[in-house]
Design a protein around this ligand. Sequence first.
Ligand SMILES: CC(C)(COP(=O)(O)OP(=O)(O)OC[C@H]1O[C@@H](n2cnc3c(N)ncnc32)[C@H](O)[C@@H]1OP(=O)(O)O)[C@@H](O)C(=O)NCCC(=O)NCCS
Length: 146
Amino acid sequence: MTIRRFTIDDYDAVFELWMACPEMELNDTDDSREGVARFLARNPDTAWVAQEDGRVVGVLMVGTDGRRGYVYHAGVDPACRGKGIGSALADTALDTLREMGLSKAGLLAFADNRPGIEFWERHGFVRREDLSYLSCVLGRIQRIEH
Ligand SMILES: CC(C)(COP(=O)(O)OP(=O)(O)OC[C@H]1O[C@@H](n2cnc3c(N)ncnc32)[C@H](O)[C@@H]1OP(=O)(O)O)[C@@H](O)C(=O)NCCC(=O)NCCS
């Protein structure tokens, strides 16, 4: 298994992988080819894929703004889980953010995604019971059912 930068050429394989992860919320704007290309243009050094036998089996993206790193859409092919691929991606991401001098990373997980939350807790993330997440829809956006 190797970990390398996620480029837009990986989009089709990555999107297929995301679609195979029911725990992940996808939408037709951010997760479109254009949306992902925009994200990668802004965050070219903090998005990775894991590859095995030439096939993309894992993905993780981090958006940074000079203050925090926000982890998005970590996913491993359901047939390849439990082998350390997710951990290798998480370690790569957290090491890179430390090298960049950032002091904190964050992520959002659905409250019912216990395995996902426990995965991140094993990687040092702590659930903040004192915070509420608020979001505001700024433009047209539609959830992709999968
Ligand atoms: C969370 C996720 C990325 C972890 O990827 P992974 O490659 O399975 O992760 P790892 O193999 O590094 O670690 C999984 C842990 O579960 C254990 N495990 C054992 N069997 C497993 C299985 N069949 N599936 C998943 N994990 C298993 C592993 O031993 C490991 O435990 P450890 O950390 O104590 O060693 C992956 O499960 C996934 O894609 N989930 C769906 C999407 C998701 O929830 N993303 C996170 C949103 S917050």
